[in-house]
Design a protein around this ligand. Structure first.
Ligand SMILES: *[C@@H]1O[C@H](CO)[C@@H](O)[C@H](O)[C@H]1NC(C)=O
Ligand SMILES: *[C@@H]1O[C@H](CO)[C@@H](O)[C@H](O)[C@H]1NC(C)=O
Ligand SMILES: *[C@@H]1O[C@H](CO)[C@@H](O)[C@H](O)[C@H]1NC(C)=O
Length: 354
C-alpha cells in the first residue's frame, strides 16, 4: 500500500508535464484547504472528527486519504467517508484513528499531496495515590511544591487547593503556580501558609480533572530565616521558538525575603509594544500575535532590598505556524500558548518536594 502511495507521487510529475500540451483552461489541482493537526478527547466516541481537504482544479479534483502512509480504502467503511475532500470519521477509536493523515487531490492534469496532519487523543491519568511527605520550612524561607503531573496528552491547566477543596491558592506577588510545570512557588513562607496543599490538574480538551494527594507544609521551630536576595526559580528557556501570529507566554518567578518584585525588559531597552500584557504580579509576560519585530532577547529582573537577579532568553521567529485544531471551543493550541520552563537555581536552596 505504501508503494501505491509513492507511485501516485510519480504520477503527479508526469501529470504536470502533460498539462503544458493541452488546453490552457484546464489546470492541475491547487490547495485551498489542507488538513490540520487534531487533538481529540478520548471519552467522546459519539463525536466525529473532520480532516479538511479542498483543492481547486479543472476538471474537478478527486480526493484520496492516507493514514500512516497507507491509502485508506473507504469501500464498505462504516465509520469513515469523504465529503467534498474532507475525511469524516465517526465512532472515534484511539487504536484505529490515531496517526498521520495526508490528503491527495488529483485530476487529469496532476496530483498534489497535502501537509501531513497528526491525529492524537487527549487523556489525563490519575495521580499516584501514595502519601506525600511533609515539607518543613522556616518562616521567611522560599519553597517549591512539586505537582508531579501524571501521564497525559493535550493541554493542561494547574491550580492548587489549600486545605479543603475548593479553597484554591490565590496567586499574588508571593505565590505563583507555573502553568508550565504545575509547581507551586512560595517566595517567602508566612505563618498562615501552614496546611495541606493539593495539586489540581485539568485537561482542557477532555475536561478531566485529577487531584494529587496532599503535601503538608509545616513550620520548623528553630527560628525564622533572615533576608536574602532574589533567587529566580521559574524562568523561560535560553531560546524560545515562536510561530508567526501565535501567542507567546514567558514565566518568571523568584523566591526571596523580602518578596521580590518582577520586571521585564528587552535588550537595548527597546520598548514593549502596547499589545504585550503582564499578569500574575508580572510573573507572566504575554506577547499576542507574535511577529518578526517581536524577536530578540527578553530579560526578567527580580529585585528586593537585598539585591537583584536577572534571567534572559531569546525569542526566535518561525514564519510557518503549525496550527493545532481541537474539537472543543475552549481548547487551546499548544503553540499558541508557549510557556517557558522552570529551572531551579541558586542558594540558599529552596526546599523542593514531590
Ligand atoms: C500510526 O503510527 C503511529 C506512530 O507510529 C501509531 O502510534 C499509530 O497507532 C498508527 N496508527 C494506526 C492506525 O496504525
Ligand atoms: C492536613 O491533613 C492532615 C491529614 O489529613 C490532617 O491531620 C491535618 O489536620 C491537616 N492540616 C490542616 C492545617 O488542615
Ligand atoms: C479547568 O478548566 C476549565 C476550562 O478549561 C476551567 O473553566 C476550570 O476553572 C478549570 N478548573 C480548575 C480546577 O483549574
Amino acid at each position: 500500500m505504501t508503494l501505491l502511495w509513492k507511485w501516485l507521487v510519480l504520477l503527479s510529475i508526469n501529470g504536470c508535464l502533460a498539462a503544458y500540451a493541452e488546453d490552457a483552461l484546464f489546470h492541475g489541482p491547487r490547495w485551498k484547504t489542507e488538513p490540520s493537526d487534531l487533538i481529540l478527547p478520548i471519552h467522546s466516541p459519539k463525536q466525529e472528527a473532520v480532516l479538511a481537504c479542498e483543492a481547486s482544479g479543472i476538471p474537478l479534483p478527486q480526493y484520496r486519504w492516507s493514514l500512516n502512509g497507507t491509502l485508506i480504502d473507504l469501500d464498505g467503511d462504516e465509520r469513515r467517508h469523504v465529503s467534498g475532500g474532507n475525511l469524516i470519521i465517526n465512532t472515534l477509536d484511539r487504536d484505529q484513528d490515531a496517526g498521520v493523515y495526508q490528503c491527495s487531490a488529483s485530476n487529469a492534469r496532476g496530483i498534489i499531496l497535502s501537509h501531513r496532519a497528526t491525529v492524537q487523543f487527549a487523556y489525563l491519568e490519575n495521580f499516584k495515590t501514595q502519601q506525600r511527605s511533609a515539607v518543613n520550612v522556616r518562616e521567611g524561607q522560599g519553597v517549591v511544591l512539586l505537582c508531579g503531573t501524571p501521564m497525559h496528552s493535550g493541554e493542561l491547566t494547574f491550580a492548587w487547593v489549600f486545605n479543603e477543596y475548593p479553597n484554591f491558592v490565590q496567586q499574588d506577588s508571593r505565590l505563583f503556580v507555573s502553568q508550565e510545570t504545575g509547581n507551586l512557588y512560595i517566595a517567602k513562607v508566612v505563618l498562615s501558609d501552614v496546611g495541606n496543599y493539593t495539586c489540581v490538574v485539568n485537561n482542557s480538551i477532555t475536561k478531566d480533572k485529577v487531584l494529587s494527594s496532599p503535601t503538608p507544609l509545616v513550620l520548623r521551630n528553630d527560628g525564622a530565616m533572615g533576608e536574602y536576595e532574589p533567587k529566580i526559580e521559574v524562568h523561560f528557556p535560553d531560546t524560545v521558538p515562536a510561530a508567526k501570529g501565535s501567542s507567546v507566554k514567558l514565566e518568571c518567578f523568584a523566591l526571596g525575603n523580602p518578596v521580590p518584585k518582577i520586571s521585564w525588559r528587552r535588550t537595548n531597552d527597546v520598548p514593549f509594544p502596547s499589545k504585550v500584557k503582564l499578569s500574575n504580579s508580572n510573573a507572566i509576560l504575554e506577547i499576542p500575535r507574535f511577529q518578526q519585530e517581536d524577536t530578540g532577547t527578553y530579560e526578567c529582573v527580580a529585585e528586593n532590598s537585598r539585591g537583584k537577579n536577572a534571567a534572559k532568553g531569546r525569542l526566535s521567529f518561525h514564519a510557518k505556524p503549525h496550527w493545532l485544531q481541537t474539537m472543543t471551543a475552549t481548547a487551546l493550541s499548544i503553540e499558541e500558548n508557549l510557556f517557558g520552563s522552570a529551572k531551579p537555581m541558586g542558594s540558599p536552596n529552596p526546599l523542593t518536594t514531590g
